[in-house]
Design a binder for this molecule. Structure first.
Ligand code: PAF
Length: 288
């Protein structure tokens, strides 16, 4: 994998590729894990040339969040990208991304407000701004995002549609540890004890889904079930448990609609998020 620091150099190389082929792009903040590897391998399989970016974006971290201590390990990340078959790593310096006097922001309206937007004011403004900037630097491409950050995926899809950005956004299912914990760079903050407790978040989502599959469709009952499961784990401090419409992210109040159940919880020094699609029994894909 060839590492490029300058946006203009990246654009030049990828413009040459685009004369005959399609560029795949995986934006990341580094501290890569098997979830990122899946995004990279998909990009490599589906495109002629693939680029990944690593940039820990200060604009999407709030005051008191983990910007300073966010894990950074460029050498390990380069090895993972190399093994995944990615051609280019774009790792710009902060000065190349945010020039002196920078003052422009991208705001995606309603989709940015609930859930993570409410818990982390300004977060999606930071995400949308950096992702649009990265798309400008990379140029037309297919871009890959994990479904663990479901709201982020929807915000980016909306931005691309609203601003005529020539990028095809592809969502990729969440990759999990053997015990169900969603892969996340922030899992590195967990102590051994916390790591053992953390899969309860996914267990809570599964419990709610299994209740729905057995015909219990009242949103309050599903939310209560998830809360009950989380409360059994004293190391897990839920921030929110929500059942929302997958397209609008508004709360689902009517029983029997397909919905995303999303959870954010503190586990020690880590703030973890996860989600699952919950479908009423008659709308599930059939086995054959
Ligand atoms: O999901 C992430 O890693 C980041 O939010 C992203 C999309 C790379 C923007 O900084």
């Amino acid at each position: 994998v060839e590492t490029i620091r300058e946006p203009a150099e990246l654009r030049l190389i990828l413009d040459r590729v685009r004369a005959t082929g399609i560029v795949g792009f995986v934006p990341t903040m580094g501290a890569l894990h098997a979830g990122h590897e899946t995004l990279c391998r998909k990009s490599v399989a589906e495109n002629d040339v693939s680029a990944a970016s690593i940039f820990v974006n200060p604009l999407q971290f709030g005051l008191g969040e983990d910007y300073q201590r966010y894990p950074r390990d460029l050498a390990a990340d380069q090895r993972l990208l190399q093994e995944s078959g990615v051609d280019f790593l774009f790792a710009p310096d902060a000065a190349a991304v945010y020039p002196p006097g920078f003052q422009t922001r991208v705001i995606v309206g309603e989709l940015s407000r609930p859930l993570e937007g409410a818990a982390r004011p300004g977060h999606f403004e930071g995400v949308a701004t950096i992702v649009l900037k990265l798309f400008e630097m990379v140029g037309p491409c297919r871009a890959y995002f994990g479904e663990k950050d479901f709201q982020q995926l929807q915000v980016i899809r909306r931005m691309v549609l609203d601003l005529n950005v020539p990028v095809e956004v592809r969502g990729v299912p969440t990759v999990r540890e053997a015990d169900g914990l969603a892969m996340s760079s922030r899992n590195r903050y967990l102590t051994t004890e916390e790591r053992t407790a953390a899969p309860a978040i996914y267990q809570a989502l599964l419990a709610a889904r299994s209740l729905a599959e057995r015909g219990v469709l009242d949103p309050d009952a599903l939310l209560q079930e998830a809360h009950r499961r989380l409360e059994a784990s004293p190391l897990i401090k839920p921030e929110y448990v929500a059942l929302v419409d997958p397209d609008t992210l508004r709360p689902v109040v009517q029983p029997g609609r397909s919905a995303i159940m999303a959870i954010a919880a503190r586990v020690g020094a880590a703030r973890l998020i996860d989600n699952i699609m919950i479908r009423p029994p008659d709308s599930r894909p059939s086995a054959d």
